[in-house]
Design a protein around this ligand. Sequence first.
Ligand code: PLP
Length: 356
Amino acid sequence: MEIKLTKTSRPKELPDDSKLGFGQLFTDHMFNMDFNPEQGWHNARIEPYAPIMMNPATAVLHYGQAIFEGLKAYRTSKGKIQLFRPDENMARLNRSAQAVCIPEIDEAFVLHALKGLISVDKKWVPRAPETSLYVRPTVVAMDHYLGVRPSNTYRLFIILSPVGAYYPEGFNPVTIWVTDKYVRAARGGLGEAKTPANYAASLYGAEVAKKAGYTQVLWLDAVEHRYIEEVGTMNILFVINGALVTPPLGGSILAGITRDSVLTLARKWNIPVAERPITIEEVMAAHKDGFLQEIFGSGTAAVVSPVSHLAWRDQVLTVGDAGVGPLAQRFYGAITDIQYGRAEDPFGWIVPVDEA
Ligand SMILES: *Cc1c(COP(=O)(O)O)cnc(C)c1O
């Protein structure tokens, strides 16, 4: 399929690289593509960034039939632009699609389109240390119909946002509040899919955590409220007695690409890795016995996010010295070095954006 290119006649002013936040600014162009049952995915185009006009009865606005991805493009010191494991994002987009009855996309084509879009807006990939261009592919249901059923028509779009360093002043450990009342996702539900419903479900619990003075909420399983699942919108990992422990992908947890990268590195470094169910009681006991060394979250935005405190019922536990653990630091360094081209990529994770 051809991608039609319409360039903006009014390019925006580029932001100051040293003052970027997250997700507030968008580039000059976007990618759009439509689906209907007769033509399948069609009308692929890169065009000026613009609002999407919607009939108020559009299905996605009412029933949330939508999916998205999040990845980043990095500029190396040599000025090259590259992506980190984007094929994994495309594969996950299709798994999410299946979970909410959205038609399959051609992964290779959407990755090609994504690279083409970044290439058109390449001057927007920031240069300041640890900055990047965040890439947000999204698919939404477009039928104008208030009945509940999978939509017949869809829009796939990709937007780009230059983002600042996640840790401009060095690591900033987060404090987490364990909820045994609120639930993010249940097995058999949508927990494995990157879909807005999971985010809507997480907002209230996150607000309660904030009101209690904590940065993030730690989600337990929906049935017994004992097994650890995720932290905020990140996967979670523990270092217990020298081993890396993380909950298995049991159906209610998002299969994070950063999580997989951390586990892959750990195995390469001969660190014992266990993907196994872990209860909040076990974490508390490991801390009491002096075996709990580190806790950190993993996700594309922060790469790793060290946890300094964890509150559960009436107990507040301090992890290590409340600073950044050596393994969290090592994973962060190794992954960002590969992303920014400062280190060799022995895993084939880097995909260059061929700039036109
Ligand atoms: C996106 C996401 C993650 C992290 O996935 P990455 O691929 O590492 O960015 C973890 N949990 C949830 C709920 C997510 O939506």
